[in-house]
Write a protein of this length. Structure first.
Length: 450
């Protein structure tokens, strides 16, 4: 255990909110073998708060370290959605045992949640929420809600009005109930179904995040195709979900498989395995640069000076491609760009790629033309060399922008995560094709010189 944490937990058993937040922030960097020791030194309230606020992976880790006779009490303090998340993080052989520790109604709820995909609304929702009937008076509704809070209702910012078949009729806030007259009917006060924002049970994480970003919702109901209410998703669920999704996308864009565990927790062999695959793919891709250069070895032998500008030309294409793919992937994640917008994206990248290529091309030509002793350094045909480099830069930067913008959309079209079109992958592809563009341009422009 780190020295500072040993000191913090030597005598302390009850944590303030600040101390709890600090511990949660540092939990991922604490060695796994120290987790149970820290957990044991907390009083009941602090240990429960910590357990409830950890993610499913960390909860599963602690759950497995606890003695068998203690596990029932800990899994039963979790809301059904959190219990489902934790159980899915357990090894296959431990899942059945964990489910058996739950009471029958909760077990049915958890199994229902686990039937959904983890990245769909149904897999993120909580099936416990405040519900009312439309014919209740305000006084009856408040008494009924008071009873529901004892049944571990997730949140009570809003109560949802349902019919006998569980179809959503409307919603009403607790504030509206408290301010209304006791004999008023819920039906007269609630926001009607058409005015209540909702999420479909099969919507993806990205779509859920967009629902919450459109307006500052604290919670949203989840409905099936027939309009029956299945549960709710709260803002804290979305914050956690977005953090996980962003982490996964960033790792993929760096040409790494999603780690799914904190950096210091993942085993070294697993870390190497997740990084080696993409590195091998990129390495094999870069091998094609050898084939491209072999194709132009006669031109290189006659004008070795061409190789001096290879790093300049290749990196420019890769950089422009990386910029484009990063911008497009992010815009797609935010819903700003859709597949049907591919033609608009193509035209914008044509204009921006051509403009950026011209800027770099002019600088490249100036670098050769006006460099002191240019003729001595680059030979008597330095003017033609400058034009070849400048024109190549225009073509390669334009090509890099088009590849970087179109590849994520193509992958999305065939059902692959656009984040896989990582910047290193685009850069490698543009490097290989950029060589062909560069030497083809140089061969054409400098025909009389090489």
């Amino acid at each position: 255990m780190p020295t500072n944490l040993k000191k913090d937990f030597k005598k302390s058993r009850s944590l303030s909110e600040t101390e709890l937040e600090k511990l949660l922030a540092e939990w991922g960097s604490i060695p796994t073998e120290n987790h149970e020791e820290i957990f044991r030194k907390l009083d009941k309230h602090s240990s429960e708060e910590l357990f409830l606020r950890l993610d499913g992976h960390a909860q599963a880790e602690i759950f497995c370290q606890l003695p068998a006779f203690e596990r029932k009490s800990w899994i039963r303090i979790l809301p059904p959605d959190d219990a489902a998340d934790m159980i899915q993080e357990l090894a296959e052989k431990d899942r059945e045992h964990a489910l058996e520790l739950l009471d029958h109604p909760t077990r049915m709820e958890v199994l229902g949640l686990m039937a959904y995909k983890e990245d769909e609304a149904g897999g993120l929702m909580n099936s416990r929420y405040a519900r009312l009937r439309s014919d209740m008076t305000v006084d009856e509704a408040l008494r009924y809600l008071r009873e529901q809070t004892r049944a571990q209702v997730e949140t009570i910012y809003y109560a949802y009005v349902l019919d006998r078949e569980q179809h959503l009729l409307g919603a009403i806030s607790l504030r509206e109930l408290f301010s209304a007259k006791p004999n008023s009917k819920v039906n007269d006060l609630m926001a009607r179904g058409d005015d209540v924002a909702f999420i479909r049970e099969n919507e993806t994480q990205e779509e859920i995040a967009r629902h919450f970003s459109k307006k500052e919702h604290k919670t949203l109901p989840v409905l099936d195709a027939e309009g029956r209410m299945k549960g709710i998703i709260t803002l804290d669920d979305v914050v956690h979900m977005v953090q996980e999704e962003a982490t996964e996308d960033i790792q993929k864009m760096g040409a790494v498989e999603a780690l799914e565990e904190p950096y210091f927790k993942i085993a070294m062999l697993e870390m190497i395995r997740k990084r080696a695959g993409w590195l091998l793919v990129l390495f094999v891709g870069e091998m094609f640069t050898t084939n491209a250069m072999t194709r132009f070895q006669d031109e290189i032998a006659k004008a070795v000076v061409l190789t001096l500008f290879l790093p300049l030309v290749m990196s420019s294409g890769g950089n422009s491609g990386s910029q484009a793919t990063t911008l497009v992937i992010r815009a797609m994640a935010l819903g700003e760009v859709r597949l049907k917008d591919w033609a608009r994206v193509f035209m914008r990248e044509c204009v921006s790629g051509l403009s950026l290529g011209l800027i770099l091309g002019i600088v490249g030509v100036a670098r050769i033309y006006f460099w002191p002793s240019a003729e001595t350094l680059y030979g008597p045909h330095y003017a033609q060399l400058g034009i070849a480099v400048g024109v190549s830069l225009v073509g390669i930067v334009l090509w890099g922008s088009l590849v970087g913008s179109m590849l994520p959309m193509m992958l999305k079209r065939v059902g692959i995560d656009p984040a896989v079109a990582s910047a290193p992958f685009v850069a490698t592809f543009v490097d290989v094709t950029g060589l062909v563009i560069y030497f083809s341009m140089a061969n054409f422009i400098m025909q009389g010189a090489i």
